[in-house]
Design a protein around this ligand. Structure first.
Ligand code: COA
Length: 260
């Protein structure tokens, strides 16, 4: 499928979704959110796609936030609807995909941009990246999961400081905070992220999907992560991947997972 505000490319099991609205620093307008939903859904359903990388066009921005021009005159109910729809369509949707998602943060990741990066399963940043949730400087709060995912990743005190001051952290500080897993030179960002994706692809995709469910369950209201882990652990025993993985180990050879 082709998109107005995205570029997509699949090669050797890695599907890269690039947000492509450089004149607006890749800000997430309604159309881009809708296209992202379709692109993530399509990649998740594509058997040839084992890992998804999300990044932004250009050297300046991953995503500079939700598109402020679209909601500046919204009412209370429209504001609530904006957050609810965005969370369902994109941010929660990404966090719960079966296919692993890595955010390659290539510059500014602000507001909805950082929220998108945080919805990914983990993050790699370029050394020029700057991250923040500046919403309180606009008189609003993060609405795409930021008040929940930032404290989960960096701890409550650091999250409060970032949200209350509306200040950005640079890549080094983000690394110290555990907000990103790695920081690399900008020109190495995609190659480095693809190399990580290839390490993931060697493992069982069904086991990875089960791990995503189990880890996420610990962060969901009303769910018990330990119970979900037991369920998912048990399910793995009924998969062809488990048969292959254990057989390959016993036969001292590399596993060739069927992905089932
Ligand atoms: N929504 C809508 N448009 C945005 C945007 C956003 N979140 N972020 C950047 N843009 C647009 C700018 O309006 C500008 O468009 P224009 O050329 O038509 O005027 C263009 O992108 C370039 O941005 P500009 O501000 O000129 O770049 P800069 O290098 O001076 O500053 C930032 C970069 C990221 C510091 C600045 O753009 C910014 O603060 N953006 C908003 C960040 C934010 O508050 N995000 C949270 C939203 S909830």
């Amino acid at each position: 499928m082709t998109y107005d505000n995205l570029l997509t490319h699949t090669e050797e099991g890695v599907c890269t979704i690039t947000i492509n609205r450089p004149s607006k620093l890749n800000a997430l307008n309604r159309k881009t959110i809708s296209e992202l939903h379709k692109a993530f859904k399509e990649a998740n359903e594509d058997a040839a796609c084992k890992v998804i990388i999300v990044t932004g066009t250009g050297e300046k921005a991953f995503v500079a936030g939700a598109d402020i021009s679209e909601f500046a005159d919204f009412s209370v109910s429209q504001g609530e609807q904006l957050a609810a729809e965005g969370q369902a369509k994109l941010f929660d949707f990404v966090a719960h995909l079966e296919t692993p998602v890595i955010a390659a943060v290539n510059g500014f990741a602000l507001g909805g941009g950082l929220e998108l990066a945080m919805a990914a399963h983990f993050r790699v940043a370029s050394d020029n990246a700057k991250m923040g949730l500046p919403e309180t400087s606009l008189g609003v709060i993060p609405g795409y999961g930021g008040t929940q995912r930032l404290p989960q990743l960096v701890g409550k005190g650091r999250a409060f400081e970032m949200i209350m001051t509306a200040q950005m952290v640079d890549a080094t500080q983000a690394l110290q905070y555990g907000l990103v897993n790695h920081v690399v030179a900008q020109e190495e960002l995609l190659d480095f992220t693809v190399a990580l994706a290839k390490k993931i692809m060697k493992n069982s995709s069904v086991a990875i999907a089960a791990a995503i469910e189990a880890v996420n369950a610990g962060f969901e209201d009303g769910e018990n992560g330990y119970e979900e882990e037991i369920t998912q652990f048990g399910k793995c025993f009924g998969t062809a991947d488990f048969q292959e993985g254990t057989q390959a180990f016993l036969e001292k050879r590399k596993a060739n997972f069927p992905g089932q």
